[in-house]
Design a protein. Structure first.
Length: 241
């Protein structure tokens, strides 16, 4: 929690997102649901920065409705590979990723027909950068999978039970976003105090105006209450069952 809040306090969100965004959400499923073989291969490469990874959940057309994804993975006749076809959109770090943690449709419609696969960049994998407000470094991408052969050993968790893995990962992803928000809020408040102290209005610093003092105090109250709530949730996540 301290690492994430302090990292975002430098005030360069696009740089930080590009640097660690893909790792933070794409690597944990390997750690929690991957085979020992996958862990031994992927984790060292990514942890030392030799390889990059991202998380591919949102389908083009499905958006945030994870249970409605239609990117398909069909088992080959020899049952050695999944053949993956489909698209993913708004993928953080996707434009520069070497590995993709991908939600795919392997069964019936709905949440009970979804699996999670690790796909390596190679033949059939294409990425196109999507311009965003974080265009500097985030590497947000549109990802296309065209008949990509993925070894069955790259399955994360159990077949057709990937939705549970995705939701487990989302819990920590959303927690991370709150850490970043708290860190960014503190930077903004700090900048506001500096500006209000330096800006002269009607012959005195802006911070001497009662309405400005009230606004700054309210910003601090909201920010610190959010920080306290985050600390309580973090304690629950790490110390409670």
């Amino acid at each position: 929690m301290i690492l994430h809040t302090e990292t975002f306090s430098i005030g360069c969100p696009d740089y930080i997102t590009g640097l660690i965004g893909g790792y933070n959400i794409g690597l944990p499923p390997i750690l929690h649901f991957g085979s020992e073989e996958l862990k031994n291969k992927i984790l060292p490469e990514c942890m030392i920065g030799k390889k990059k990874i991202c998380l591919c959940i949102s389908d083009f057309g499905a958006g945030s409705d994870v249970s409605s994804i239609h990117c398909k993975a069909v088992l080959s006749e020899d049952k050695q590979y999944f053949i993956v076809t489909g698209t993913k959109k708004w993928i953080t770090g996707g434009d520069m990723a070497d590995y993709f943690t991908v939600a795919v449709r392997t069964g019936k419609e709905g949440m009970n027909g979804i699996s999670l696969l690790l796909i390596e960049r190679g033949e059939g994998v294409t990425t196109k950068k999507i311009p965003t407000s974080q265009e500097g470094c985030a590497g947000t991408a549109f990802v296309i999978f065209s008949n990509v052969k993925v070894p069955v050993g790259n399955l994360l968790g159990k077949l057709n039970e990937g939705f549970k893995c995705i939701m487990y990962n989302f819990n920590h992803e959303r927690w991370l976003m709150n850490c970043l928000s708290v860190g960014a809020n503190r930077v903004i408040i700090d900048e506001c105090f500096k500006w209000a102290s330096l800006r002269l209005v009607f012959g005195k610093p802006l911070i001497d105006q009662p309405v400005i003092k009230y606004k700054l105090a309210n910003m601090c109250a909201v920010s610190e209450s959010s920080g306290n709530w985050l600390e309580n949730i973090t304690y629950q996540m790490t110390q409670m069952d």
